[in-house]
Design a protein around this ligand. Structure first.
Ligand code: FEO
Length: 172
C-alpha cells in the first residue's frame, strides 16, 4: 500500500510526464512549421515515449492500492529562437525530470517503501539515457553547427534517430 505522501509524489510525476509528452509534441509542431521534418518526426516519437512513461506510473499507482490522478498540465512553450535553442530546452527539461525522479527515489527510500524504490529504478536508468541522448544532440549542434546546409543534414540525421529513440515500454 502506498503512503499518502508517496501517492501524491507519484501523481505529481504522472502529471510531469504528461507535460513532457505535450512539450515534445509542441516542439515537433514548431519543427514542422520550420520545415524540419526529421526533427519533427523525432520529437513526435519522443512524445509517445513520454506517454508511456506516464502510463507506467499510472499503472503502478493503481496496482499498488492507491488511485492515479492526472493533475492540471501547464501549456508547453511553443516558440524557439532556433533549433539550438529548442534542443537546449530539451536537455534542460530532462535535467529537471531527473531531479524530480531523484527526489521520488529518495522519498521512497526514506519511507522504507522498497517496492516503489525498486519500481523507480527503471526511471533512473531511463533518465540517464535521455539526458545522454539530448546532450549528444546539443554537442553535435555546438561542434558542427546548424547553419545553411548544415541544418538540412542535421535534420536528416535527427530523423534517422527515431528507431533508437522509440523503445517500446508497454505499461497499461
Ligand atoms: Fe519521461 Fe523524458 O522523461
Amino acid at each position: 500500500m502506498l503512503s499518502d505522501s508517496l501517492t501524491k509524489r507519484l501523481n505529481r510525476q504522472i502529471t510531469l510526464e504528461q507535460y513532457s509528452a505535450n512539450l515534445y509534441l509542441q516542439m515537433s509542431a514548431w519543427c514542422e512549421a520550420q520545415g524540419l521534418v526529421g526533427c519533427a518526426h523525432f520529437l513526435g516519437s519522443h512524445a509517445e515515449e513520454e506517454v508511456q512513461h506516464m502510463r507506467r506510473l499510472f499503472r503502478y499507482v493503481n496496482d499498488t492500492g492507491a488511485m492515479a490522478v492526472i493533475g492540471a498540465v501547464d501549456a508547453p512553450r511553443a516558440d524557439y529562437a532556433d533549433v539550438k535553442d529548442l534542443f537546449e530546452a530539451t536537455l534542460a527539461h530532462e535535467e529537471g525530470i531527473t531531479a524530480a525522479i531523484n527526489e521520488l527515489v529518495a522519498a521512497a527510500f526514506a519511507e522504507g517503501d522498497y517496492s516503489t524504490f525498486q519500481f523507480l529504478q527503471w526511471y533512473v536508468a531511463e533518465q540517464h539515457e535521455e539526458e545522454g541522448l539530448f546532450k549528444q544532440i546539443c554537442d553535435r549542434i555546438r561542434i558542427v553547427g546548424v547553419d545553411g546546409p548544415g541544418l538540412f543534414l542535421f535534420d536528416r540525421e535527427i530523423g534517422d534517430r527515431v528507431g533508437a529513440s522509440s523503445k517500446a515500454t508497454p505499461a497499461n
